[in-house]
Design a protein around this ligand. Structure first.
Ligand code: PRX
Length: 635
């Protein structure tokens, strides 16, 4: 029996049993046999969820870039590591071999060193989906710098907040980015944000769109000439397994985004292990995840997981509907993609199009289809299964989070029988439990509860950058000795899990986590606004869309209201980015509040969801009369 590569259901049950009866020897074996360590660990696991303090492979030394690159060179040097498919279908795709990627990462590492970046320094990366982005992450990892990738759709203000929170010394960006027919001026956004970031000493700029940009003398440098000049051998930093590898920001229900910190050793072991099993990757396969590297899915399953397995991973710069809605399927045919991993929101938008867009292309190379980011509804699941998988490629509905680092609950294809809308069973090493409000475990099947994980797994985030207390409060305080996911789940008659959705104030829009607080803070900046509250409501493509209830200083005419609506969305775009824009804005004279002044979002959620028949008890509100007013004005 191989614990590393599970191929049958029986094997899964055996491996799973072993992984929970003796987690330490389970992970130790995998770590030992499949990775390169410069020094062995002294202890496999030490943990205490009450602090929380979690350490995997303590005392071990490694470099993740060596595991992703150097160790493959002897046997796979000429194998394609990255296929780059540009935004413009007329532009030639690029195949970057492991040798070439290694060479480029080494040069980039030397550029970073020459610019004064040292082990432990934070480097912010704000780039389009081009090969230099992948190279930048691996180069940071090679020299021991901590990368903090910010999705290149965030605004200048959001970027500055993230740069300052983790005190980044450098920003790596590009002149611009292509998004379908549009070009985005990334460097100008970086310039704006850096007005408020005194800690940034250097900006490296990759050339992509060739638009004119301003370069600040002594701070800004074009990347390519520096790479050309750099030495192609770059000694790597030997890191401790528990040294931070990267920070990635995710929204919370309150305040500042949380800089989740992931470390090297456990993250590498877990992402590589799950990649291998969930996608059943075989050596000649071409694997494609459509996410952006700016999100955790891209970190773990475009870059680190695949490369640690010596896989060929496809990076796509563009969007699903450019030049038309057949683009994804054209790419699948062109590169003979075997594993395809995308998000329900994308599936729903493609399902709205004519089937001709699919039928033109040969999708017979596909073996496994994946879904991530939000619950996949039954209709989308069947559309994906029937039209893309032709009922022969299993769908892996993978549930996980930025905080978990890797996939936690998912079918293993050709092993776990799939069931629409179910993420099915926990992966080896993952011990989910459902808890009631009091924190008692709900045992048995066909039950609902708060989804928690009771035992650490190797890729769990270790802290929130600069705020360990918030880490504890957010994830380890609601339920004693448990990691609380913030999601609710249902367990069916055979023990399969179905994720129901968030039970906190985070709203998942198009698969992206949106915290209500930062959006409300942005809206409240508008001079005409007194107060606001955001809730989610169902949307047939985005899954959820945002509904804002807003109190204005003065009630005005509808023309004025329309202008304020536009301005509110403009402010949100400036503060966060277009992904956080509201679909509906309703003005109101008040918001339903408890006597202690807390907004009762439950009531607003029901109104936004048109569930007005069952408002629950509103008598304890400070201002129950406002509920009727809001209901009367719903459009
Ligand atoms: O609510 C769950 C939802 O996305 C949240 C995590 O978001 P984020 O940290 O941005 O990571 C997204 C990519 C891993 C979860 O708490 N979610 C993610 N995957 C699924 C899901 N909900 C249901 N089914 C999924 N497969």
């Amino acid at each position: 029996m191989s614990s590393y590569h599970i191929k049958h259901l029986e094997e899964y049950f055996q491996v799973y049993r072993k992984s929970i009866t003796d987690p330490e020897s389970f992970w130790e074996e995998i770590a030992e046999e499949h990775f390169l360590w410069r020094k062995r660990w002294d202890k496999v696991l030490e943990w205490d969820f009450s602090k929380p303090d979690i350490k995997w492979f303590q005392g071990a030394k490694l470099n993740i870039s060596e595991n992703c690159l150097d160790r493959h060179l002897r046997t796979k040097g000429e194998k394609t590591a990255i296929i780059f498919e540009p935004n413009d279908p007329e532009e030639e795709a690029r195949h970057i071999t492991y040798n070439e990627l290694h060479d480029r990462v080494c040069r980039f590492g030397n550029v970073l060193k020459k610019q004064g970046i040292e082990r432990g320094d934070r480097v912010c990366i704000y780039m389009p989906m081009i090969p230099d982005l992948a190279v930048a992450l691996l180069a940071c990892a090679r020299i021991g710098a901590v990368h903090s990738v910010v999705f290149a759709g965030f605004s200048a203000i959001a970027l500055a907040t993230r740069i300052n929170d983790s005190d980044c010394k450098m920003v790596i960006t590009s002149d611009g980015s292509y998004r379908g027919a549009k070009t985005l001026d990334l460097k100008a956004i970086v310039d704006d944000s850096l007005e408020d970031c005194p800690g940034v000493k250097t900006v490296l700029v990759a050339k992509r769109t060739h638009n004119e940009v301003s370069m600040k003398e002594g701070r800004d440098f074009w990347l390519q000439p520096l790479l050309d000049d750099a030495n192609q051998s770059c000694s790597m930093e030997i890191m401790d397994a528990e040294d931070p590898l990267f920070i990635l920001y995710t929204s919370g229900s309150t305040g500042m985004p949380k800089g989740m910190v992931h470390t090297s050793g456990g993250y590498m072991v877990y992402t590589a292990y799950t990649f291998k099993n969930i996608f059943q990757y075989c050596d000649e396969d071409v694997y494609w995840c459509t996410a952006d590297i700016g999100w955790i899915t891209g970190h773990s399953y475009i870059l680190y997981g695949p490369l640690a397995n010596g896989a060929t991973t496809l990076m796509f710069e563009g969007v699903p509907n450019y030049p038309d809605y057949g683009r994804f399927w054209k790419i699948v045919e062109k590169h003979k993609v075997n594993q395809f991993y995308t998000a329900p929101t994308v599936i729903r938008s493609l399902a709205k199009q004519n089937l001709d867009y699919i039928e033109k292309y040969d999708l017979s190379s596909l073996k496994v289809l994946g879904s991530v980011g939000e619950p996949i509804n039954e209709e989308a699941w069947h559309w994906y299964n029937d039209n893309i998988g032709k009922k022969k490629s299993p769908i892996v509905d993978t549930w996980w989070q930025t905080e978990t680092g890797g996939i936690m609950i998912s079918p293993i294809p050709f092993t776990t029988p799939t069931k629409p809308t179910y993420a099915t069973l926990p992966l080896p090493g993952i011990q989910p439990v459902l808890l009631d409000k009091e924190g008692d475990e709900i045992t048995g099947n066909q039950v609902n509860g708060n989804l928690c994980i009771k035992f650490p797994w190797p890729s769990i985030a270790r802290t929130i950058w600069g705020n360990h207390e918030r880490f504890r409060d957010t994830y380890f305080s609601a339920f004693k000795n448990q990691y609380f996911t913030g999601d609710g789940a249902f367990r069916d008659e055979v023990g399969y899990y179905r994720i129901i959705g968030r039970v906190d104030d985070v709203i998942i829009v198009s698969g992206h986590n949106m915290g209500t607080a930062p959006i409300e803070d942005a809206i409240n900046e508008h001079p005409a606004v007194v107060e606001s509250a955001i809730v989610g409501f169902p949307h047939d493509i985005k899954g959820n869309a945002l509904y804002g209830f807003v109190i204005l200083k003065e009630t005005g005419e509808s023309r004025v209201h329309d202008n304020v609506r536009k301005e509110i969305n403009q402010i949100i775009t400036e503060h966060i980015g277009p992904i956080a824009k509201l679909d509906k804005i309703q003005f109101t004279s008040g918001l339903p509040k408890t006597r202690s002044g807390k907004i009762m979002r439950r009531i607003l959620r029901k109104i936004a969801n048109h569930e007005m028949d069952d408002m629950g008890d509103t008598s304890t509100l400070l201002n129950p009369e406002v509920v009727q007013e809001i209901i009367d004005n719903v459009k």
